[in-house]
Design a protein around this ligand. Structure first.
Ligand SMILES: C[S@@+](CC[C@H](N)C(=O)[O-])C[C@H]1O[C@@H](n2cnc3c(N)ncnc32)[C@H](O)[C@@H]1O
Length: 283
């Protein structure tokens, strides 16, 4: 039975790096006129109230998105970082003004165009109902209450021939680590040009090292790792950092992130924070 609810974590430091990368990947993809296929294997509820009982209980949004000072960030970064922050901020702004934070489906919907298609999977019955409510007026969006890992490869390659795929498990089951990597490599085999964004939490660093080692034994090219941490690795704090394994990211993304992640880290976790942008396998 699934017990994870993203409402407790929406807008935390992990959502910031995930949605910053997602928004900028989609922004870049939308510069080409051809339609795009967006697939979200673990969509969540779509929108979260920042003043909810769940958000107040953990305080994660207060220590995350509510702590970010966008004007100060934009004033201190270079042009590449400023562009990345602005694209992210524009995607979340309308929600923030209403005391809400958008999940990945609505960050994506804010960037994508009328010609694009969004395919969303969510298994949890409560979050699935919320996801339907939060997306029902958007005719570009198609939701299914099915296993996101299982459904994904049958859809690829899509008719649009261009795809951005977010794999964002909750990792509440140990098999999520291996299922996520199996899905990543299966997508690559079916569609090597797909852009994949796989999110991971650093709770036990060995699990992430294992994921990367697995990908490095495949023939995958243009593979990147980006990360934002609030504590040094340890086995008592819970999630000390979180990151993304990226396939075929926009060529502009590394510079954007190298520009703005150090400043985001300084605002969120000035003492023990850390960040990385690594090219694991060249193009
Ligand atoms: C980390 S949350 C998703 C957050 C969302 N992607 C965002 O960025 O706003 C993970 C979600 O995956 C759902 N889930 C867990 N296992 C799943 C599976 N096998 N297929 C689809 N959804 C699943 C959980 O119920 C949870 O809502």
């Amino acid at each position: 039975m699934l017990s994870y609810r993203h409402a407790f974590h929406a807008g935390n430091f992990a959502d910031i790096i995930k949605h910053l990368v997602l928004a900028n990947t989609l922004h870049y993809a939308c510069q080409k006129p051809a339609p795009l296929f967006y697939l979200d294997t673990h969509a969540g509820a779509g929108v979260y109230r920042l003043g909810s009982h769940e958000a107040n209980k953990t305080g994660e949004a207060a220590a995350g998105i509510r702590k970010l000072d966008f004007p100060a960030l934009v004033a201190s970064v270079g042009a590449a970082g400023s562009q990345a922050l602005t694209i992210y901020q524009q995607a979340i702004n309308a929600y923030m003004h209403q005391g809400q934070y958008p999940g990945s489906p609505l960050v994506a919907a804010a960037l994508l165009r009328r010609i694009d298609h969004l395919q969303l999977y969510e298994l949890h019955s409560t979050d699935y109902r919320l996801l339907l409510d939060n997306t029902e007026t958007d005719k570009r969006i198609f939701c299914q209450q099915e296993d996101g890992y299982h459904s994904i490869t049958a859809l690829l390659p899509p008719v649009q021939k261009r795809a951005v795929i977010l794999i964002d498990p909750s990792y509440e089951m140990k098999e999520d680590y291996s299922r996520a990597i199996k899905t990543f490599t299966a997508i690559y085999q079916r569609m090597p040009t797909a852009q994949i964004i796989l999110w991971y939490p650093v709770v036990l660093r060995a699990n992430i090292d294992w994921m990367i080692a697995k990908l490095l034994t495949s023939n995958i090219r243009d593979l990147w790792q980006v990360e934002l941490g609030i504590e040094a690795d340890n086995d008592t704090f819970g999630m000390t950092a979180s990151g993304l394994l990226l396939l075929n990211p926009p060529w502009t993304l590394a510079e954007q992130l190298r520009d703005c992640l150090p400043l985001i880290q300084k605002q969120l976790a000035p003492i023990a924070g850390h960040w990385k942008v690594n090219n694991l396998v060249a193009e």
